[in-house]
Design a protein around this ligand. Structure first.
Ligand code: BDR
Ligand code: CA
Length: 312
């Protein structure tokens, strides 16, 4: 039986890969997307999300547009990494409409509709989820599972030496979610290793068709960042890989807090690894990734998406 998932997302190239994997894999049933500002503006992330759906022939999946700014801080976009408009590759302008409903309301509505059968996977800054928690504090008990791509619990950051981009963009929202959601936190501790090899990318490139646009997404960090020999890390895809194959990630439970104090570690995760506070654990922290299984899962999902997109 496939797993019902609502993705809260800010596409973004790695978000795009994640969505393609989810859409193309039989084990995932995408019930809807909610969009959030982050890698680019909310107008762009929404348009990109719709375009990714329509390219694969999934235009009937509902999209709810969400927050256009973080709860407290100013938005810091990253088009310089993800490309003009927040995404790379040649994507058609979408034809469909979004829902006439805010993302936070959509998240709560879908939670009521699907209950424990629903997994929420949030892979951008977290204002939509924080608002949904404010509207329905029981949300974590209503749904089956809640994944968040964000933070760096036991390792360094990617926008400051200690903070990861999604959490740094909206530390107040990240704090609300970490305190209340007992989430699975999939942070840079594992996603920095969620690479796709250059060899695999070349093989995809040779296959052509919709792989042309996917390889532009996969290469995104290599265009502007120093990615190392193992290939570009596709952060958000680590979440969908674990949804499909729970052996991909290993989790440990810790008590975590988010620094919202505005100092040099603003937006970072304080992970009480040695139980110094003596608090009950509130977060499942992803601590290890099986890279081979991750890559196999990504490949299987991408093949399904490309088959659907190319109509073969
Ligand atoms: C996260 O930040 C964004 O740039 C990516 O889409 C990912 O969700 C990685 O730090
Ligand atoms: Ca993202």
């Amino acid at each position: 039986m496939s797993r019902k998932v609502l993705f809260d997302t800010d596409p973004g190239c790695d978000d795009a890969v994640m969505l393609a994997v989810a859409l193309g894999h039989d084990d995932i049933d995408v019930v809807g997307l909610s969009t959030v500002c982050g890698n680019t503006t909310i107008e762009n992330t929404t348009r990109n999300a719709q375009a990714i759906l329509e390219l694969g022939g999934y235009g009937d999946i509902p999209v709810a547009q969400g927050c256009e700014r973080p709860l407290v801080d100013e938005l810091a976009t990253a088009e310089w990494v993800h490309g003009e408009g927040g995404i790379r590759g040649d994507l058609p302008y979408p034809e469909g409409d979004t829902l006439d409903q805010h993302a936070a309301d959509f998240i709560v509505e879908q939670a009521y509709e699907h209950g424990e059968d629903l997994t929420i996977a949030a892979v951008g800054p977290l204002p939509n989820l924080a608002l949904a928690l404010a509207k329905e504090p029981d949300l974590p008990d209503i749904v089956g599972d809640l994944y968040v791509m964000g933070g760096a619990a036991l390792s360094g950051g990617n926008v400051t030496p200690v903070a990861e981009a999604n959490f740094h963009n909206d530390p107040a929202a990240a704090s609300r979610v970490v305190q209340d959601a007992h989430a699975k936190m999939v942070g840079l501790d594992v996603t920095d290793h969620a690479s796709i090899s250059f060899e695999d990318i070349e093989t995809y490139e040779e296959r052509g068709g919709a792989f042309d646009v996917i390889t532009d997404w996969l290469r995104y960090p290599a265009e502007t960042l120093d990615v190392g020999e193992e290939g570009p890390a596709i952060h958000d895809a680590a979440v969908v890989a674990d949804l499909i194959d729970p052996e991909v990630l290993d989790f440990e439970e810790y008590y975590c807090e988010i620094d919202t104090t505005g100092g040099p570690s603003h937006g970072s995760v304080i992970c009480d690894q040695h139980d110094i506070y003596g608090e009950e654990p509130n977060t499942h922290v992803a601590v290890d990734i099986d890279v081979e299984r991750y890559r196999e899962t990504v490949e299987a999902g991408l093949e399904g998406y490309v088959e659907a997109a190319d109509g073969t």
